[in-house]
Ligand binder design. Structure first.
Ligand code: CA
Length: 244
């Protein structure tokens, strides 16, 4: 990196004590933080300030968080958005994911977990950004609502899959990795890329983690997990997802 510039985090949150707490903690971590107290101010700051990450509350004055998110996603598909909400129910979570939220945390939240998630979202962003720029490679994330390959069907809205292993519900992490594999069908992906996409890079995870995940995908989606045809190993490179 040529210059060390503080990363910008926009916090759209109307509860002052929560907003202040977040600002304090993120500032300690070295981030540049701006608070917007309602949906309209949030959208204005997003346009004017060009943040690297947005922390978004759902229940907001003027325009609610979902509408803010929808507006942002129309113009920017990439900026990471972490929803922070008092509502913890699955419906809201699914709605948020449908509108293109990257992560979701219910209040009250654990500070350490919050900071880890912020870090992970920012690293993921940087990773993809650098990869596109430096290696001139483009990784795509599958954006559709559903996908079929072989006898497998994945529903990205409900996270349900009907597959060789039967009817299953996928985890968020599995969904992220599947979107990456599908978006780059036929193109080998390195363990490092998969690791960063699924876990954010951290010292606690190793590329072995990726291998274990692939074992799981094969159990789900392959007719013969020991003789995979969809999730194929590429020696010394990583994995490639492919099908007819
Ligand atoms: Ca609120």
């Amino acid at each position: 990196m040529e210059t060390v510039e503080k990363e910008r985090i926009l916090v759209i949150e109307d509860e002052a004590h929560i907003a202040d707490g977040i600002r304090l903690n993120l500032s300690i971590q070295g981030f540049d933080v701006k608070i917007a107290q309602d949906g309209i101010a949030g959208l204005e700051s997003w346009r004017a300030w060009n943040p690297d990450l947005i922390i978004l509350d759902i229940m907001l004055p003027m325009i609610d968080g979902f509408s803010v998110l929808k507006t942002i996603r129309k113009e920017d598909e990439k900026i990471p958005v972490l929803i922070l909400s008092a509502r913890g129910d699955t419906k809201d979570k699914i709605k948020g994911l449908k509108y293109g939220v990257d992560d979701y945390l219910s209040k009250p939240f654990d500070l350490e977990e919050f900071l880890l998630r912020v870090d992970r979202l920012l690293k993921k962003k940087t990773w993809f950004h650098h990869d596109n720029k430096d290696k001139n490679l483009e990784y795509k994330i599958f954006k559709g609502n559903a996908y079929n390959f072989g006898n497998n069907h994945i529903d990205f809205i409900t996270f349900k899959a009907s597959c060789a292993a039967g009817e299953i519900v996928l985890t968020e992490q599995e969904i992220v990795l599947l979107k990456l594999f599908i978006g780059n069908k036929g193109k080998p992906l390195s363990r490092e890329l998969l690791l960063t996409a699924g876990w954010g890079y951290s010292k606690d995870t190793t590329t072995r983690t990726v291998d274990n995940f692939i074992v799981r995908f094969r159990k789900y989606f392959e007719e013969k997990p020991k003789n995979p045809v969809y999730f194929i190993s590429r020696r010394s490179v990583g994995y490639v997802f492919d099908h007819e």
